[in-house]
Design a protein around this ligand. Structure first.
Ligand SMILES: Nc1ncnc2c1ncn2[C@@H]1O[C@H](COP(=O)(O)OP(=O)(O)OP(=O)(O)O)[C@@H](O)[C@H]1O
Length: 250
């Protein structure tokens, strides 16, 4: 279980502190598939980065299977079994794709067979990519796929995928989503997908709506899909000057 207790995140923006996450409380169970959704700027990626240890929370606690990991750094959290696939994967100039895959799988020796199969699984031809550098010469969608291959190559207790749909063509996204789901179906992992995509929402056991740095609603997929429809329709109407009193709006 991943337990998040009274978590908050404040950041300094030059003219003072801004509250990005406010009193987040979540209990995420092993074996369940969670989708986190909500409007742009709501705090989804910030929450993922706090869980991964990229941002240090201002207050609150994080527990993984009863171990308090609040003070763990990124490396310790990765060793504890938390993986994060970035919304915009970082580039590593000078590092070849095959070396990134080898390092992420913790392989000491080069295992060409496993590198080949991991690249094929994300729809990339190994011979075209093995010796490419993980720099800006790779397109956004190519880098997302390579990152997915690295994340799926190691055992994890928690995997956070941050907008896996971003920059990936529709047909390929369907395949990548199948891959994410297949990995999840092996059991024992908490899958968290930050998404704006209906197809991902339809796969989730539970959906969490985050807006304005707060968990506004959470619950089963069916309950949440109705709430989300109202929420986004309401936002749209507000933006366009419609009557926001008609629908529930966060
Ligand atoms: N380091 C930072 N300094 C200042 N503001 C930040 C920082 N990181 C995030 N924010 C702000 O916090 C808010 C939440 O950002 P976050 O990226 O978590 O949103 P999100 O829900 O993931 O949005 P999106 O759906 O657009 O990806 C935004 O208003 C963002 O500008």
């Amino acid at each position: 279980m991943l337990k998040i207790e009274a978590l908050s995140l404040d950041v300094s923006n030059g003219s003072g502190d801004v509250s990005i996450l406010k009193n987040i409380n979540l209990e995420l169970e092993s074996g369940k598939f969670y989708a986190i959704t909500g409007p742009n700027g709501g705090g989804k990626t910030s929450l993922a980065k706090v869980i991964m240890g990229i941002y240090k929370n201002t207050s609150g606690k994080i527990y993984l299977d009863d171990t308090d990991i609040t003070d763990f750094d990124i490396t310790q959290r990765a060793r504890a079994g938390i993986s994060y696939a970035f919304q915009n994967p970082p580039r590593f100039k000078g590092l070849k794709v095959k070396d990134l895959l080898k390092i992420s799988a913790g392989e000491k020796e080069e295992n060409v067979g496993s590198v080949y199969s991991r690249l094929r699984a994300v729809g990339l031809c190994p011979q075209d990519y093995l010796d490419r550098e993980c720099d800006n010469s790779l397109s956004g969608g190519e880098m997302k796929r390579i990152e997915l291959a690295t994340v799926l190559s190691r055992p994890s207790k928690v995997i956070i995928y941050d907008e896996p749909e971003a920059g990936v063509d529709l047909w390929s996204f369907e395949k990548l989503l199948n891959l994410i789901n297949k990995y999840h179906s092996r059991g024992g992992v908490i899958t968290i997908v930050i998404t704006h995509h209906e197809k991902v929402l339809s796969l989730a056991d539970e959906i969490i709506l985050i807006a304005d740095g707060e968990v506004k609603e959470k619950g089963s997929r069916d309950k949440m899909l109705n709430i989300l429809q109202d929420d986004f329709r309401c936002r749209w109407q507000q933006d366009c000057g419609g009557d926001e009193n008609e629908l529930k709006c966060y």
